[in-house]
Structure formats: C-alpha cells, structure tokens
Design a protein around this ligand. Structure first.
Ligand SMILES: [Zn+2]
Length: 327
C-alpha cells in the first residue's frame, strides 16, 4: 500500500448527520461517507456505525494515522466524555475516545465542533493566521472557537468558553443557559424568528432565511428584524474585539449566508463602541471553508494535537495520557 493512501481519518458528528472522511494533510478530502445521526438510537449505535464507515474506507485502500473527531459540546476534549448535549439526547457520559479507539484500533482525538471548525478555518480558510483568531458561527445557536498564536485556547480543565452566552441585555429574552439576553438569545436564527413572532407578524413556521428574503423584498418588519440582527451581531463582536483585540474574526453559520443584509450595521456598532482598541485592524471576514469545515477541522485538530504538542498544556496532556491508560 503506497504512502499516498496514508492519511487522517475525520469524523464530524452533528445533530442530523455524521460524516466520516479520509483527509490528506494538505486538506484534500479523498473520500467521505455519511449516515443520519439518529441520536435517539443511542451513543453505542452511532459509534458502531462510525466504525463500520471507517472499515469501508479502509477496505477501499486507505490507511489511517489516527482519527480526529468534532462533536457538539459540552464535551471534554481530553477524556472524550460527552456532556449533556441538547442535540444528542441520551449520549451523556459516552466516551468518544475510548469507544472509537477500541473499535478502530487507532489513536483518536476529539474537539468541540466549534473548536474543530475554528482550527479548520484558521488553517484552510482564505485568511489563515497564526495570530489571535476567532471563529464565530451564527445559526441555530452562536458558537465560537478561539486560537492564540495558532493554538486553541482552553479554559480550566480544558473547558470550552461559550461567548455565545455573553449577556448583552439583562432584560432580554430568556435562554436555556439560565441567562436573559445572552448573545445567542438575541442574534441567532431562532432569535430573529422569535422577535418577528413577538411583533405579531403572521408567519407560520418562518425561518431566519425567510425573514432575510422578506427584507430583500422590502417587508418593513423584516427590515427591522434584519437591522436588529445587525445591531446585536455587532454588539457581541464589539465585546470580543474590545476584550481580545484579535487579528481576525471569521463568521460562519447559516445566518451569515445573508450577511450583506446586516454587516454594515454590525460594523457601524463596532466602530462606535470599540474606541479603546485599534478595532479597525481586526479583520472581519466570512468563513470560507464551507460545508467541509467539520471534516477538515477534525483532521486539523488531529494534526495540531499530535504534531504540535503545545496545543495541549502539559499537565492536561499528562492527565489525558493517564485517562487513556497510557504511560
Ligand atoms: Zn444563553
């Protein structure tokens, strides 16, 4: 078997589908397979399907150096244990690293999906950087990943910060996180829909995308919804810029497909508020890797963890090795 077939395995676990892929270190996806997540069938069932998909790829001639996995959080990136994930009910306590390592006989690393997307975008997006970089995805929720000097930022015990739940208006709408008026409750896709419904707009089963379409056609209330989206998008980004003065922020997710409707407003908010940092030097751009960011990010998470040891603080790496029964 030639070296050209030796590559990284990538797994992108989402609420609706699971994708696995064979990824070359240069970011080329040579083959991929998908199946529905069917979260209600349980964690073990999903793990068996992932193992089967990799067996099919291996039968096709691929040899894997290791497997990188991106999965919605909360998730412990060191132990691989899944927390109480809203889109994966019943999976709590499942150990991705242990199950996939024993099923595949290969080393496995896992990352929160937003962190995986962040490293994928920072490496393979149109604006690669080794500086301070944020990836923010605005869709049904607001997620983010942060890189410092090209390495993932991790909180205490490897925790993943949740800037989507920063509070912007303490008298705002309630969020499942327990806060009122957090960024996600004000600027996610469902937040746009809720606001429209509160205004008494007769829109059965409307989506954020449809609101944006209506705004393009000149619907006055939809235009207000879009203006409001731009304002809160800008406010959350302004906080990030004031607190971290990053080099770059890449914006992805379904809501950003209509970015031309609200980026001017968001930029105006940032210019007005961020007077204490050189905000004009922070480059705001749209995420460019696209649909494959989950697989490419999972592969890049593997590369960072295995080829650049600084991606895990030493004490975390040590405890990870102990958790995995290593030396
Ligand atoms: Zn929240």
């Amino acid at each position: 078997m030639g070296d050209q077939k030796r590559m990284l395995g990538a797994v992108d676990i989402g609420g609706t589908k699971i994708a696995v892929g064979a990824v070359r270190e240069d970011g080329t996806i040579l083959d991929r397979l998908e199946c529905p997540t069917d979260a209600e069938m349980g964690f073990d069932h999903a793990m068996r399907r992932i193992v089967e998909m990799f067996r099919a790829l291996t039968a096709g001639g691929f040899q894997f150096e290791g497997i990188g996995v991106g999965c919605p959080g909360p998730l412990n990136p060191i132990t691989g244990i899944i927390g109480d994930v809203g889109t994966l009910p019943g999976w709590q306590g499942g150990n991705l690293v242990a199950e996939l390592q024993s099923g595949l006989g290969l080393p496995v690393v896992v990352e929160n999906d937003a962190d995986a997307a962040a490293v994928g975008e920072a490496r393979w997006g149109t604006a690669p950087t080794n500086g301070t970089f944020f990836y923010v995805t605005i869709s049904t929720g607001i997620g983010s990943g942060m890189l410092l000097s090209g390495q993932l930022y991790r909180g205490v015990d490897g925790a993943h910060p949740e800037i989507g739940h920063q509070v912007l208006d303490n008298s705002g709408p309630p969020c499942y996180c327990g806060a009122r008026g957090c960024w996600e409750s004000l600027a996610s896709g469902p937040a746009m829909v809720s606001w429209m419904q509160e205004q008494g707009h007769e829109l059965p089963a409307v989506t954020a995308g449809e609101i944006c379409d209506r705004a393009r056609r000149g619907d006055p209330l939809a235009l207000k919804a879009v203006e409001r989206e731009g304002y809160y998008l800008g406010l959350g980004l302004a906080n990030v810029i004031t607190m971290f003065a990053p080099d770059r922020i890449a914006l992805g997710g379904g809501v950003m497909k209509s970015s031309s409707l609200f980026m001017d407003t968001a930029s105006a908010v940032i210019r007005k508020i961020c007077t204490q940092v050189p905000a004009e030097k922070t480059r705001l751009c749209l995420a460019s890797v696209g649909e494959d960011v989950g697989l490419l990010g999972a592969a890049q998470a593997w590369i960072l963890r295995n080829h650049f040891s600084a991606s895990l603080p030493q004490e975390l790496a040590k405890s990870a090795a102990m958790e995995r029964g290593g030396k």
